[in-house]
Design a protein around this ligand. Structure first.
Ligand SMILES: Cc1ncc(COP(=O)(O)O)c(C=O)c1O
Length: 397
């Protein structure tokens, strides 16, 4: 079990994070976190080169650095570099995998109530396009995916297109038992698409022990990377089984006038054009996480979130985070004010928070009868003093 960072270590991390100042308490890391200065330097440095010598020429100069980003990501998640594809954000990554997975009419898409709004919209579109059906696995008594119900659903694997799971949902502190799901899908031979948008950078990840076939991630949240960056992991065993829906001539070679050949590995999911400043920025963010140790980041976040939950309850707030294991996303309702009002009043007190609304996670919000929620998300840069000040501000509004 990793130990949380000491106060001295947190001060050092904050000193390298320009957004960590005394007059702003950023509790919106699940929205977009605060990057390390090396992330800014990587991006701004590249933008200056593009402006100075031309975009293609600047890209040539940084080709090696761009290639190294795949190694960093692979090291962070326990995958291999050719299993990683560059993406603009998590939904782009998730969709690239989702639409690549073969689907036949009447096959089931198995998911959990906590799956993300964008993913649900894709399920509904797949119902129209492929004639598949959606099967919802309910939550167990702890509020996480019910593994027994999933095991029974997997008894007829031939009529399943895929299992989709949000590891950490957008609207709460739940950490779904992804490895439990992976063990069941591996045994059944069913594709497992894991939305790790809120998990990457926050949880110590090993894709082999999780058993997912594809995993989608974004840069700007717990990785503390640039906006408009992300990645997709596709396991080697799934590469030939799935087929990207919209390859370009980088994802596939136009090998003859009437044929194409997919690029090797996960490259087949990429487009040629991309943000050459954001990708090395993401690499810098991953390198920071690796240097700090994701296990220690995870331990620190868990400790801070626990402190926040306790202090909110002490001040009469209702905390709605489900699950056995909880993460850095803390959701609450105020006894009298709606979520939007709480968020704007906090903003005037120098506290950044956000709210989650029905469309982000409708199935879960409706099942639990929840209105919109205030979402307060901590990171390893958050100090106990900030928790205290933010909780006091919430108690006072
Ligand atoms: C669980 C989850 N999945 C996917 C997404 C979408 O990520 P992106 O906006 O990077 O596409 C979010 C965004 O909040 C999320 O919380």
């Amino acid at each position: 079990m990793a130990v949380p960072f000491t106060p001295v270590e947190i001060d050092a991390i904050r000193a390298n994070t320009p957004g960590c100042t005394d007059d702003l308490i950023h509790l919106n890391h699940a929205g977009s976190s605060l990057p390390d200065v090396s992330v800014l330097d990587a991006q701004i440095g590249h933008l200056r080169r593009e402006a100075g010598i031309g975009g293609y020429e600047a890209a040539e100069e940084t080709a090696e650095a761009e290639a190294a980003v795949y190694d960093s990501i692979a090291a962070m998640i326990g995958g291999r570099r050719h299993e990683v594809a560059r993406m603009e954000h998590a939904t782009a990554a998730w969709n690239a995998a989702f639409w690549a997975i073969p689907k036949r009419p009447w096959q089931r898409i198995i998911t959990h109530d906590h799956d993300y709004g964008a993913n649900w919209v894709a399920f509904l579109r797949a119902v129209e396009v492929h004639g598949v059906v959606i099967e919802r696995i309910p939550s167990d008594a702890h509020g996480q995916i019910d593994l027994e119900r999933l095991a029974s659903a997997l008894e007829r694997p031939d009529d399943i297109a895929l299992v989709s799971l949000a590891w950490i949902p957008t609207n709460g502190g739940l950490v779904n038992p992804a490895a439990g799901v992976g063990a069941l899908t591996r045994a059944a031979g069913v594709p497992f698409l894991l939305d790790a948008c809120q998990a990457v950078g926050q949880l110590d990840i090993d894709v082999e022990s999780i058993g997912c076939d594809a995993l989608s991630a974004t840069g700007r949240k717990y990785l503390r990377g640039p906006r408009g960056s992300g990645f997709l992991f596709v396991h080697s065993r799934a590469v030939e089984r799935f087929a990207p829906a919209h390859p370009d001539h980088h994802g596939a070679e136009w090998s003859a006038i009437d044929s194409y050949t997919f690029a090797p590995g996960a490259t087949r999911y990429e487009y040629w054009e991309h943000n050459h400043a954001a990708w090395p920025g993401l690499g810098a963010a991953v390198d920071v996480a690796l240097r700090l140790g994701v296990d220690r980041i995870q331990a620190t976040i868990a400790q801070r979130a626990k402190e926040l939950r306790e202090q909110l309850v002490e001040r009469g707030m209702s905390v709605h985070d489900a699950g056995v294991a909880k993460c850095g996303i803390v959701t609450m309702t105020h006894p009298t004010l709606d979520a939007g009002e709480v968020v704007s009043r906090l903003a005037t007190r120098g506290v950044n928070a956000s709210s989650t609304f029905l469309g982000s996670a409708r199935a879960d919000m409706e099942a639990r009868g929840l209105p919109s929620l205030v979402r307060l998300s901590v990171h390893c840069t958050t100090t106990p003093a900030e928790i205290q000040r933010a909780a006091t501000a919430i108690g006072e509004i």
